[in-house]
Design a protein around this ligand. Structure first.
Ligand code: SER
Length: 319
């Protein structure tokens, strides 16, 4: 591969593990990490880090020029719950960072872009089960509106200017290495930390709030595979539906009880329940499977085993 890779938002939940994986594949000197703040020690020690604000076009342009960047993964974003509390900042970050990167590609400065979309692009009027790739989309959250708008712009830049932008609608991503930042699906991570530490958890979603979810390793695999796929295989330039597993807090708690029989769960839904209710319960991702061979590896059981082991291990390291 000629040229280097830049990950913007490298210190976030997905950015951290994506950066580590890309460095493993392409070599540490090929992958530049950037974020507005420093991240986990493992990430900071794994290669070059440059502090930058994803909203600042000049800063990004300098990094790209100085490091011969050819591929950009734009992972910086304000997620659903946080965005509801700061709508204008969320819009500013989620949209302007995307425009900067799309315009760099339009101007020929970079070759390829990965930009994540989300299940948040769907809304209450969308069919809830096995939500199709193409369907009614009337998102009711600031985050969802920004992601749907972003999808339209990605497709526009591809059609109009030939920009090679590739995108996935991530479901809730579950991991233990870096904590997530302000999403509606975060309960499915918090629950593991509390189960390991206290054997109790109070869920901010109702027990029957079914949402599409995915273990981090699957999300990273999908991200890298869509970027590696031959250009002619990418038929959707807005964003691909992507799925692995779907479950409710009650089902997840049942799985955790197989490890800790004394685990107790309570439910105290807050404003995030309404967001969850507006999103699909499960996703039809057949287009991703057909076009670039997507396959997930982790089911609920396997994910639960690894999460418990991972969270326990991290706690022991801290002790
Ligand atoms: N995990 C995200 C959120 O809950 C969905 O993309 O905001």
């Amino acid at each position: 591969m000629s040229g280097r890779i830049l990950i913007i938002g490298a210190c976030g939940q997905i950015g951290t593990e994506l950066t580590l994986k890309l460095r493993e594949i392409y070599g540490e000197d090929k992958v530049i990490a950037s974020d507005i703040r420093e991240g986990a020690e493992e990430l900071m020690q794994s290669g070059t880090f440059i502090k930058a604000d994803a909203k600042n076009k000049e800063q990004l342009e300098n990094i790209i020029r100085e490091n011969q960047i050819k591929d950009v993964y734009l992972m910086a974003a304000m997620l659903s719950a946080t965005a509801e509390k700061a709508p204008m900042q969320a819009w500013d970050l989620n949209m302007n960072s995307l425009f900067h990167v799309l315009n760099f590609a339009k101007e020929g400065l970079i070759n390829k872009i990965f930009w994540p979309s989300s299940i948040a692009v769907f809304g209450p009027s969308t069919p809830k089960d096995a939500t199709p790739q193409t369907t009614v989309m009337e998102p009711t959250t600031v985050y969802g509106i920004s992601k749907l708008t972003g999808e339209r712009w990605c497709e526009y830049y591809y059609n109009k200017f030939g920009v090679d932008v590739r995108s996935i609608r991530y479901p809730g991503i579950i991991s233990y290495k870096t904590l997530p930042g302000g999403g509606t699906t975060d309960y499915a991570i918090d629950i593991f930390h509390e189960a390991v530490k206290t054997r109790k958890y109070t869920s901010f979603l109702a027990k029957d709030a079914a949402l599409p979810m995915m273990f981090m390793d699957d999300a990273i695999k999908a991200t890298i595979e869509i970027m590696q796929a031959p250009e002619e295989n990418i038929h959707i330039r807005s964003s691909y539906n992507l799925a692995a597993i779907s479950f409710t807090p009650e089902i997840l708690a049942g799985e955790i009880k197989k490890h800790f029989s004394d685990f107790e769960i309570n439910y105290d839904p807050d404003f995030r329940q309404k967001i969850a209710e507006s999103w699909p319960s499960s996703i039809d991702d057949s287009a991703a499977r057909k076009d670039w061979g997507w396959q997930h590896d982790y089911d609920l059981e396997k994910m639960t085993d690894i999460m418990i082991e991972g969270v326990e291990h991290r706690l022991q390291e801290k002790a």
